[in-house]
Ligand binder design. Structure first.
Ligand code: GSH
Length: 222
């Protein structure tokens, strides 16, 4: 019997990644969004008490509390039996860690924080503001560049070859949001290996069970 709880928000891409890791690892867990966020407000006391940085996801395993998505994903894979979510050979493992690091630093920052979030919160007037348009176009160019690099890595199916591993579980939820943005489907269509992996990701049970179900307004804006 697992005592695992994942604390986070259903629409947080990183919380989704951790839930996907649990599902792929076949570990039973509870998902708790209680007192996690008050929209437009700083992190709640309930969150800050267990993560002083005020961020989710957070893992609670009995008395053990862990924050930072990459650390949580690796912990789940290392601690529990079930399908291995990483390669075995040292060089392949190092390569996986390279992609995890890239996903958590550059890709999450550029795709989610610098592009998706500003686009979601921009009203129609803001979306037509020339300074905002220039800024979004510049970030879109960086994302296009990064997707091209990823496309070469996705040549064998997933980023570490044929096995669906932790960096895929971090990157694919980011692409889910990117795909919902204006120009997102076109960006993905330009990178066929990444796009093919994204289509296979969407069909996985772990992706379906954690689908953030984006509001219709957002879906239509793509
Ligand atoms: N470095 C952290 C980043 C976590 C993060 O930015 N989480 C977002 C949700 S995806 C969050 O907590 N946002 C709420 C806030 O910033 O108040 C990690 O890897 O877990």
């Amino acid at each position: 019997m697992s005592s695992l709880t994942i604390i986070g928000m259903p629409r947080s891409n990183l919380t989704r990644s951790v839930r996907i890791v649990c599902l792929e690892k076949e570990v039973p867990f509870e998902f708790s969004s209680k007192n996690v966020q008050t929209p437009g407000q700083p992190p709640t006391r309930a969150v800050v008490q267990i993560n002083p940085f005020g961020k989710v996801p957070i893992l609670v395993d009995g008395t053990f509390v862990l924050f930072e998505t990459a650390a949580i994903c690796r912990y789940i894979d290392d601690k529990f039996s079930g399908p291995l979510l990483r390669p075995v050979r040292a060089d392949k493992l190092a390569r996986m860690n390279q992609w995890i690091s890239l996903a958590m630093t550059r890709l999450d920052q550029n795709i989610i924080r610098n592009f998706v979030i500003p686009m979601v919160f921009a009203d129609s007037q803001k979306r037509h503001d020339p300074a905002f348009v220039t800024q979004m176009n510049q970030i879109a160019d960086v994302i296009r560049h990064d997707l091209t690099v990823l496309d070469a890595a996705y040549g064998d199916g997933w980023i570490c070859g044929q096995r669906f591993t932790i960096p895929d579980m971090l990157i694919m939820p980011m692409l889910h949001y990117l795909h919902a943005m204006p120009g997102g489907p076109e960006m993905l269509a330009d990178v066929p290996n990444v796009n093919d992996a994204f289509q296979r990701f969407k069909a996985r049970s772990s992706a379906i069970q954690t689908d953030p179900i984006l509001p219709e307004k957002l879906q239509k804006s793509a």
